[in-house]
Design a protein around this ligand. Structure first.
Ligand code: ADP
Length: 542
């Protein structure tokens, strides 16, 4: 019994020892594992600590509830130039001037922009205010949620951006001043040019010998060239400012093409060129801006004549799905690689030092803009030494309306109408008054003159004119105000008043029309245009 007890005791002891040994071994292993994990943790911590301290990005850990700085890496301490423990006692508000007490700004920015960057200004220990770019987020769980901010200094970049912005603004202002100057000077040049062109045209009616006629013709050509340069500069400015607009009228395409061709009669004759025009259109009426259509066509014909020394120039006009106008010449041609460049402003293919042809290189760029405003397109094909073909495609805007088909030009009955028609010319410049009245008197119109807005009203009452040509810039009472006062008189409510102005922007023209003026003639007044407008008023087509 005793022996059995001893054996049992020995057994139990052995079991305890075995269990103890097993436990010891397990414990030991566990201990080793824990040690390893701890070492690993420490290593990882040290790696992160190194990373934290070696990066050049400034890192701040913030307690969001108090905005207090809990931790700052070495780069941040160095950057802000505070002692490390001093920085750790500070709040975001101490770095960020003007930040409200809650410090919500950072949390809101991070929430709204995710991890995207936003900019702040911080004050360093030295008092220097710097621009910083910030991104950030939250470190972990909601209850242990620290706000981390990653910052880097952007002061130089912000400074450069500010400088670029200032330079851009300065350049923009300089460009505006230049544009305004160009616009003003072009308008100012128009008035004396108006007088010059007018007087030269009047000289044409005087008897003179062949030599004097030659001098006059040269003077007229120079004045015309100057007029075109000024017009191009004004158009260029308007295009740049998005102010170039188009009139909406119905005009006779055939008449417009023939008139445009007639501008070049002398040049064509002098150069001995052959010119042909081929118009295959069912309807002559077209809805669009007649003056701009003529300008576009005149630019192309002018180039065709200018760049062709011998051979022919052909104009073809076709309708169909659209209005197709082609101007072909047998001139010098254009190199394939220059075909796109010629539509760029101020671009000329000639070497400026050996330049043979006149021009400022604006014609085609303006033409292209106008054609595109008209909803069309322009193309060119050319072979060097053989010639060029410019093709304009405009939308089908032909119309059958009665008035479209009326032909302009002087007929027997119109001559009679002219004799019965009294035109009041209101113009303060004597030379311009003389020019206008000479043209009109020669055609048989009765002419009455006034030199300012008040006199215009008086003359209206005295002589009951059939229409008024009203200069807009007048002393004392402007042409526009005078026109409105005339229209306020009951019996002159519908009197046609035509504005004469050098200020021919689309918005200005629209405003004249909206104030009751019939139409606008741009200065310098061209005789053909003047007579066409007066004719259209007398026969009721405008
Ligand atoms: P410019 O007033 O100088 O004629 P444009 O804008 O009308 O200006 O034309 C630009 C350039 O394109 C011209 O300087 C000329 O070199 C070239 N060009 C235009 N039309 C023709 C043409 N029909 N034949 C040859 N070259 C042309």
């Amino acid at each position: 019994m005793v022996q059995a007890g001893i054996a049992l005791g020995t057994c139990a002891l052995s079991a305890v020892i075995v269990v103890a040994v097993v436990l010891f071994i397990c414990n030991r292993r566990l201990h080793v594992k824990i040690q390893e994990a701890r070492r690993e943790l420490l290593e990882r911590e040290s790696t992160y600590e190194n990373l934290f301290d070696s990066t050049s990005i400034f890192i701040l850990l913030i307690d969001p509830s108090s905005s207090r700085i809990i931790h700052a890496n070495k780069a941040a301490v160095d950057y802000y130039e505070y002692e490390a423990d001093q920085l750790l006692n500070m709040r975001l508000q101490d770095l960020h001037p003007g930040l409200d007490d809650t410090g919500r700004f950072y949390i809101d920015q991070i929430n709204s922009s995710g991890k995207n960057l936003f900019r702040v200004q911080h004050r360093k220990a030295t008092g220097a205010i710097r621009d910083l770019e910030v991104s950030g987020g939250f470190t972990g769980s909601i209850d242990n949620n620290l706000l981390y901010l990653l910052l880097h200094d952007e002061t130089d970049k912000v400074e450069t951006e500010k400088q670029i912005e200032t330079e851009k603004e300065r350049a923009h202002n300089a460009l505006k001043v230049k544009e305004e100057f160009l616009a003003n000077i072009s308008h100012e040049l128009r008035t004396p040019l108006n007088g010059l062109v007018g007087m030269l045209n009047i000289l044409e009616t005087i008897d003179m010998n062949e030599e004097d006629k030659g001098f006059l013709s040269m003077a007229q050509e120079s004045a015309q060239n100057l007029y075109e340069i000024i017009r191009d500069l004004i158009d260029f400015n308007d295009i740049q400012a998005g102010k170039l607009g188009l009139a909406d009228e119905i005009f006779n395409i055939k008449e417009a093409v023939e008139l445009t061709l007639s501008f070049f009669n002398d040049q064509i004759e002098n150069k001995g060129l052959e010119v042909s025009s081929d118009m295959d259109i069912k309807l002559e009426g077209y809805r669009g801006d007649r003056t701009r259509f003529i300008q576009v066509l005149a630019n192309l014909i002018s180039n065709a004549v200018k760049y062709t020394d011998e051979g022919s120039v052909e104009i073809s006009v076709r309708d169909g799905e659209n209005l197709k106008v082609m101007v072909s010449d047998q001139g010098i041609g254009i190199a394939p690689d220059a075909l796109d460049e010629i539509f760029t402003s101020f671009h000329q293919l000639e070497n400026p030092y050996t330049k043979r042809f006149q021009g400022v290189g604006l014609g085609l760029s303006i033409t292209k803009e106008i054609v595109s405003l008209m909803g069309g397109s322009i193309e060119v094909e050319s072979v060097m030494g053989k010639g060029s073909v410019f093709t304009i495609i405009l939308p089908d805007k032909f119309c059958e309306a009665e008035q479209c088909l009326k032909k302009t030009g002087t007929t027997e009955t119109e001559e009679q109408v002219q004799k019965k028609t009294t035109v009041l010319i209101v113009e303060d410049e004597a030379i311009n008054r003389l020019y206008l009245s000479t043209i009109l008197k020669e055609k048989g119109y009765n002419v009455v003159e006034a030199v300012n807005g008040y006199q215009a009203i008086e003359r209206c009452i005295e002589s009951a004119p059939d229409m008024v040509l009203m200069d807009i810039s007048l002393p004392k009472l402007s042409g526009l105000d005078a026109a409105m006062e005339i229209h306020a008189i009951d019996r002159y409510r519908d009197l046609p008043i035509v504005a004469l102005t050098a200020h021919a922007h689309k918005d200005e023209i629209d405003s004249f029309i909206s104030k009751g003026l019939k139409t606008v003639i741009t200065k310098p007044v061209q005789e053909v245009e003047l007579l066409r407008v007066i004719n259209s008023i007398t026969n009721g087509t405008i």
